[in-house]
Ligand binder design. Structure first.
Ligand SMILES: CC(=O)SCCNC(=O)CCNC(=O)[C@H](O)C(C)(C)COP(=O)(O)OP(=O)(O)OC[C@H]1O[C@@H](n2cnc3c(N)ncnc32)[C@H](O)[C@@H]1OP(=O)(O)O
Ligand SMILES: O=C(O)CCC(=O)C(=O)O
Length: 377
């Protein structure tokens, strides 16, 4: 793979998730944390929204972070002026490229789309801005028109083209073909923007990178429109672990970042969420726990500490005698094989009754009293 960089859009597409509204303070805190962690670029929001949004973007600009900051704009001069007013030096200009979008927004007039885009790109380039262009709904666009738009903006002075799978309808193979075609004709870098409507956002983002894209839009926790975007933590860890690409991001703080975004967005992370979910490194099942106790690599793709977690072994309905006896021994109790079997039976019954795993205290309460006295003495 080529050199890759992250352009995280938690503060733009992430915040577009229905029901999410960050305060100025939250946007500033999240930008600062992502900067501290080493995310290379942040799409900070939409200056044309004005009021609080513009205030938040200006406040982030004033932090003078190491990370590059880019604002999202329509192909409209006043949007770009709003970005300039916030102090941004980099603008992303979006334009619909599929037939369905152009019909809905530009009465099917392709020439008008190109004209408006040219006007916006040249307006921004003339003002000395770094200009990136996004082909909204690239995945449903005709290949000829997509290439026409991408080559045109390259000629007009844009420095990057974003391939958007706006409604998340691609699979990794189709993504690879479409992105390879684009990369093949462009000399400017291609950025991936993928949505998760079929649960393929991360896979498609990685596929685009393998096909030659060099920048990727992510959001923390996969937050974003509808089913969300490619998750920062998934893309970063997949690149690191599967492809040996280290982006220089402090992955040990990914869990902390996830918690901050969960709190600010008001949406908690499901326990089974890859990388940052609370069960990502928890083991209850007997066969798994037995394996983990011998060698954690049996059931963990990488060490939990790498992303800020600790391994958890929990006793519950699916546990076996190895885990139960290990936890008891850690608490000074050694039981006979028969006694372990009895405790295990009780663990199963209680877990079903409680509909959850047991605390260590609850496990100890299942041990015959005389053994506890014996074990502790
Ligand atoms: C796929 C994506 O995620 S795209 C990003 C979407 N994000 C958002 O919409 C969140 C922020 N949006 C907003 O705050 C508002 O929509 C604003 C400020 C951008 C515009 O607000 P309003 O003027 O009230 O317009 P409204 O949102 O109702 O309609 C969108 C207008 O933008 C036009 N438009 C949509 N995309 C583009 C584009 N890429 N370039 C130029 N014009 C566009 C629409 O055709 C419509 O124009 P019209 O008013 O002439 O019919
Ligand atoms: O940047 C663009 O052009 C649109 C990005 C986007 O949010 C999308 O396509 O879903």
């Amino acid at each position: 793979m080529n050199e890759i960089s992250i352009n995280d859009t938690t503060l733009r597409d992430g915040e577009q998730a229905a029901g999410v509204a960050f305060t100025v303070e939250e946007k500033v805190a999240l930008a600062s944390l992502m900067d501290a962690i080493g995310v290379q670029e942040l799409e900070v929001g939409i200056p044309a929204m004005g009021s609080e949004e513009a205030r938040a973007i200006s406040a982030i600009v004033n932090l003078d972070l190491r990370t590059s900051l880019i604002g999202w704009n329509r192909a409209v001069r006043s949007d770009i002026e709003a970005s300039i007013a916030c102090g941004l030096k980099r603008v992303h200009i979006s334009i619909p490229v599929s037939e369905i979008q152009i019909a809905a927004k530009f009465q099917g007039n392709y020439q008008a789309v190109l004209q408006r885009l040219r006007d916006a790109v040249e307006f921004a380039v003339d003002r000395g801005l770094y200009v990136a262009v996004g082909g909204e709904d690239s995945s449903r666009a005709s290949e000829a028109f997509l290439l026409d738009v991408a080559l045109s903006v390259q000629e007009w002075g844009a420095s990057r083209f974003r391939f958007c799978d706006t409604v998340g309808i691609l699979d990794p193979l189709k993504t690879s073909q479409k992105v390879a075609n684009l990369v093949g004709v462009l000399s400017i870098p291609v950025e991936m923007h993928t949505h998760n409507d079929f649960g393929l956002a991360t896979a498609n983002a990685l596929s685009g990178l393998q096909a030659g894209a060099t920048s990727v839009n992510t959001t923390v926790n996969g937050l974003g429109e509808r089913a969300g975007n490619a998750a920062l933590e998934e893309v970063v860890m997949a690149l690191k672990q599967m492809y040996g690409v280290n982006l220089g991001i402090d992955t040990r703080r990914l869990r902390e970042l996830s918690g901050c975004v969960a709190r600010a967005s008001g949406f908690s992370v499901p326990p089974w969420k890859a990388i940052v979910g609370e069960n990502a490194f928890a083991h209850e099942a007997g066969i798994h726990a037995h394996g983990i106790l011998k060698n954690p690599n049996t059931y963990e793709p990488f060490a939990p500490e790498e992303v800020g977690w600790e391994r958890r072994l929990v006793v519950g309905k699916h546990s076996g005698r190895h885990l139960v006896s290990t936890v008891l021994q850690q608490n000074g109790i050694t039981l006979t094989t028969e006694e372990i079997a009895t405790v295990l039976e009780a663990v199963r019954n209680l877990s079903v009754q409680f509909k959850r795993s047991l605390t260590v205290e609850e496990l100890l309460n299942l041990v015959p009293q005389r053994r506890i006295a014996h074990g502790v003495s």
